[in-house]
Ligand binder design. Structure first.
Ligand SMILES: Nc1nc2c(ncn2[C@@H]2O[C@H](COP(=O)(O)OP(=O)(O)OP(=O)(O)O)[C@@H](O)[C@H]2O)c(=O)[nH]1
Ligand SMILES: [Mg+2]
Length: 221
């Protein structure tokens, strides 16, 4: 089964743990207990495919950020969370995203921008369109969520799986085309052979483009 390494990031108190626990365990944590670092595993079916999600719930508080570079490097998909009730939490994500792109050395990183606590409409200080605009600039998905009322929680993680799948498929397709350049080849042949080669990729690689396509070549020959 393919594994997906997902990292949840954002300022302290925005609801990273509440969203993660709501997704993994189906319950809402009312009490605020600042996280150092927690990791969860959950098996889900996305578009008919079984996936194992490894979710890293990180610390929003600055003093716990020493491990940031390492988990950014290893992460394949990122959930960037702000609270619609706290302006500063929105601006803090801009630096966070820059750091991710720098560490991963690419602008094309699967990402979902999340405006959490949308059940607190009376306390809203960040409009929905503000989040939408930022996500559009980032080429990321945008969702307003409520961990409390379980609004759009599953959607965050399902969307990331789809984004990761899409990039893996594109990278593999490019790699097959490059390897066979000069010959008339149909890189979709492997798919029509009944093998789901995306499924069979090694899961411990942060950059799918480096994956060997030996298996695909055998099928082509
Ligand atoms: N009303 C409401 N409260 C929420 C929601 N999500 C989280 N909270 C509350 O906000 C507080 C902080 O939530 P956490 O999930 O612990 O926040 P965090 O982002 O993990 O914080 P750190 O671990 O310190 O980085 C808790 O009291 C939660 O119950 C939500 O969607 N709606
Ligand atoms: Mg937390």
């Amino acid at each position: 089964m393919r594994e997906y390494k997902i990292v949840v990031l954002g300022s302290g108190g925005v609801g990273k743990s509440a969203l993660t626990v709501q997704f993994v365990q189906g319950l809402f944590v009312e009490r605020y207990d600042p996280t150092i670092e927690d990791s969860y595993r959950k098996q889900v079916e996305v578009d008919g495919q079984q996936c194992m999600l490894e979710i890293l719930d990180t610390a929003g508080t600055e003093q716990f950020t020493a491990m940031r570079d390492l988990y950014m490097k290893n992460g394949q998909g990122f959930v960037l969370v702000y609270s619609i009730t706290a302006q500063s939490t929105y601006y803090e994500l801009i630096d966070l995203r820059d750091t991710i792109l720098k560490v991963k050395d690419t602008a094309d990183v699967p990402m979902v921008l999340v405006g959490n606590k949308c059940d607190l409409e009376d306390e809203r200080v960040i409009g929905k369109e503000v989040g939408q605009t930022l996500a559009r600039n980032w080429n990321a998905t945008f969702l307003e969520t409520s961990a409390k009322q379980k609004i759009n929680v599953n959607e965050i993680f399902f969307d990331l799986v789809r984004q990761i799948n899409k990039r893996t498929a594109v990278n593999k397709d490019k790699k097959i085309k490059n390897k066979n350049s000069g010959q008339i080849m149909n890189s979709n042949l492997s798919a029509s052979s009944g093998n789901n080669d995306v499924d069979n990729l090694p899961t411990n690689l942060s950059n799918p483009a480096t994956v060997s396509n030996d298996q695909g070549c055998c099928i082509l020959l």
